[in-house]
Design a protein around this ligand. Structure first.
Ligand code: HEC
Ligand code: HEC
Ligand code: HEC
Length: 428
């Protein structure tokens, strides 16, 4: 869509949101009250047990991702989140009475999880309450108990940098009325207990949909395309519907390995998925890991698509020459990878993605070093933006796609030029 047309569309959608926002303020809708229940009153459960459960749940929900800044104290906030509407900062959620949530009741806390409304203002949906809304009151109370037990930190919140008119917070009430839905649609078919648990882990705690579902003009999730792939950051979050995963060769045991270890024979977690893995999915218990995968694949998993075998004749050409000169030293002459050093590119899930966006981005910008469990370190991968022309990158991508990805060699130099503009910094 052309920029000007898009701006007008945003403007009109915005007008509707303002109107609904004003109406809801006037009518007092969406200001629910909750009881301040004593935290977990189940018999025989000690405070320490509730806190331990809350810690596990906060990890599964990855609160750290947006509330603990690099080198900052746990949950003290200050994490910048870039949105199309400006930068918003994750807040201080330690029990500090002045700057954190030390004065909040468990009901105040649940209202944030369920409705996105803090005691003195509605929140921007950069806080993923669209997903946390599905959280049970009991789990919300356990997370609350855990957060009240961490070290209080007296650190003031950073003001969000949202320009007028989006900085009028009452608008969020309109947004909520239009877009806040529970439950989120199912991503697969199933009704086993494991699947139901997995749905809760994926939809409510893990908030997978916030990155993996496309968004509309005012940042709302396009729920009719649940988990079909989103593009919040420099790296796109791929399609993780059962069909999307099977098309890239994912079998349930590989997915379990991916969430537990971050590395499989055909992929490593990188970009924002590395953080989700590092802070969150690697700590899931074995049964929760299985449940998450059962939900993604459904109770009757599809057979992963086999990679077509490619004639040796197509292994030559300009793309192959670039590969041999620039990549084979690390990824192997046949794209087989090197144990403990690099991942295989033959059959790699990024190479098998019909959308070449992530492949081009990684080639141009490279990847930062990452450490994985079991002492599996991965050195950084250099970016090749300065070494290779747009045509060379397109040739390389087309070679990888057709030889080892089962994809059409349809990447044009123009697409590389677009990617180049977005790939100025290395990917973390
Ligand atoms: C994707 C990023 C993200 C994740 C994940 C996230 N938050 Fe937030 N959270 C935010 C942002 C951004 C704000 C501030 C929004 C605003 O200013 O309107 C916020 C605000 C809050 C607030 C309101 C604080 C205040 O002082 O108004 C609470 C409480 C909170 N989050 C708790 C949590 C908990 C608990 C979790 C995990 C279950 C969590 N958040 C996970 C981004 C996130
Ligand atoms: C110096 C060694 C090195 C070179 C040279 C190199 N890579 Fe990599 N590459 C890596 C490492 C290490 C990773 C895994 C990084 C991580 O996950 O932290 C990686 C990851 C990737 C990935 C992401 C796939 C995944 O699942 O993680 C792609 C795609 C890729 N490389 C393509 C290429 C291409 C194409 C070239 C040649 C232009 C190339 N690499 C050159 C070391 C290298
Ligand atoms: C903060 C954004 C974010 C969140 C939250 C997130 N992901 Fe991702 N995910 C990504 C990105 C970006 C990639 C692409 C990089 C990669 O392949 O590692 C990705 C990749 C993946 C892949 C590998 C796809 C492939 O073919 O290589 C799987 C599987 C996956 N995510 C599942 C999940 C699940 C399940 C959840 C929820 C528990 C989740 N993700 C939460 C951003 C996110």
């Amino acid at each position: 869509m052309r920029a000007r047309a898009r701006n007008w569309m945003i403007f009109w959608v915005f007008v509707v949101v303002v109107a609904v926002g004003a109406l809801t303020v006037l009518s007092g809708v969406l200001d629910p009250e909750y009881d301040s229940a004593a935290v977990d009153t189940a018999q025989g459960v000690t405070d320490q047990q509730v806190i331990a459960r809350g810690k596990y749940l906060a990890t599964a929900a990855d609160c750290t991702a947006c509330h603990t800044s690099k080198d900052g104290a746990p949950f003290a906030g200050g994490v910048p989140l870039a949105t199309p509407f400006g930068t918003i900062y994750g807040t201080n959620i330690t029990p500090d009475k002045e700057y954190g949530i030390g004065d909040w009741s468990s009901a105040d806390f649940y209202r944030v999880m369920h409705d996105g409304i803090a005691p003195d203002h509605p929140l921007y949906p950069a806080m993923p309450y669209t997903s946390y809304r599905g959280m049970t009151r009991e789990d919300s109370d356990a997370i609350y108990a855990y957060l009240q037990s961490v070290r209080p930190v007296a650190l003031a919140n950073q003001k969000s940098e949202i320009p007028f008119p989006f900085n009028m917070r009452f608008l969020m009430r309109g947004w909520n009325l239009l877009f806040l839905r529970a439950p989120l649609p199912d991503a697969s078919e199933g009704d086993s207990d494991v699947w139901v648990r997995g749905r809760y882990l994926a939809n409510s705690l893990g908030h997978c949909t916030e990155c993996h579902t496309p968004r509309g003009l005012v940042g709302q999730l396009v729920l009719s395309e649940t988990l079909e792939g989103g593009s919040l950051g420099a790296i796109n979050a791929p399609d993780i519907t059962p069909e999307g995963l099977a098309a890239r060769g994912w079998a349930p045991h590989n997915l379990r390995q991916f969430f537990a270890l971050g590395i499989t024979p055909h992929s490593t977690a990188y970009g924002e998925m590395f953080d989700a893995f590092h802070n969150s999915t690697q700590y899931l218990t074995e049964s929760d890991n299985e449940a998450l995968v059962a939900y993604l694949t459904g109770d009757a998993p599809l057979t992963p698509t086999a990679l077509p075998t490619v004639e040796a004749a197509s292994m030559t050409g300009p793309g192959r020459s670039v590969y041999v000169a620039m990549c084979s030293g690390c990824h192997g002459a046949q794209g087989q990878g090197k144990p403990n050093v690099t991942v295989a590119l033959n059959g790699n899930t990024t190479v098998r993605n019909a959308d070449p966006h992530n492949l081009l981005h990684v080639i141009l910008a490279g990847l930062e070093a990452h450490s994985f469990p079991n002492g599996q370190g991965r050195q950084e991968m250099p970016g090749f933006a300065n070494e290779l022309s747009n045509q060379q990158v397109a040739d390389l991508a087309n070679y990888l796609r057709s030889a080892w990805g089962g994809q059409k060699p349809d990447v044009q130099a123009a697409a590389v030029a677009t990617s180049r503009g977005q790939a100025s910094a290395p990917t973390d």
